[in-house]
Write a protein that binds this ligand. Sequence first.
Ligand SMILES: C[S@@+](CC[C@H](N)C(=O)[O-])C[C@H]1O[C@@H](n2cnc3c(N)ncnc32)[C@H](O)[C@@H]1O
Length: 220
Amino acid sequence: MANRLAWNLDALVYDFFAGQVDQQLYQDILKALGPTDGMIVDDLGCGTGNLTRLFSGTTTVRAIDLSPVAIAKTYYRTGPNVYLCSMDFYNMPPSLRPSPAPHRIVASRSLYHPDLPRSIGLLASHLRDDGIAVVAHAVPNVSQYMFPRMNGTKSFSPRQAVKAAARLSRLVGVDYRFFEAEEFERAGRQHFDAVNVELGGFGTHYVVRLQKGNLLSHQH
Ligand SMILES: C[S@@+](CC[C@H](N)C(=O)[O-])C[C@H]1O[C@@H](n2cnc3c(N)ncnc32)[C@H](O)[C@@H]1O
């Protein structure tokens, strides 16, 4: 309940604080996903649709979010290739999961449950057998988050500082957890065949690429 209220409030103000870091992060995520034309991509925690709308019209995107406010905003900024659903993806019984299983999953800044192996396991059980999931998550180090490294230089970002303040929402019972790169690697290896963790969004986020199957690159 605390989560839904918090994410509805977040969706109301989210776009005021979106900036260069977010745009760079979306590009880093898309690069990690690889080409998605003709594929089904599930966007878990799509928020206000800023990443969702960057997929080409030939990609079928199933965008899921807990917040009806976020879903409404995504609806108005995306095209007919995007299908929307407001639900908690942690409470998604197999019978209610979108079918068929997706080729790709993206979870950009939405896996805040304290049990990271559970979150990563959820992605693995939902993804196709030869699929790829990409998770983006802000780094736990607040100073690294507030000082993006742009053009090789670290500079203070007031936007990032305001967004960092949202971490205090943990004090009122909202699930809002951050994890070290090693935690993503460990949880990833439990459920996937290949795991790669890099920094994205000018060093402010981890971009975690999780792959089923042993080939280094898949087209379908
Ligand atoms: C920080 S926003 C990120 C939005 C977007 N993915 C982006 O990167 O710009 C996190 C979104 O994840 C959604 N979310 C968090 N936990 C969720 C859950 N258990 N089920 C569905 N959506 C969830 C929130 O409602 C919120 O809109």
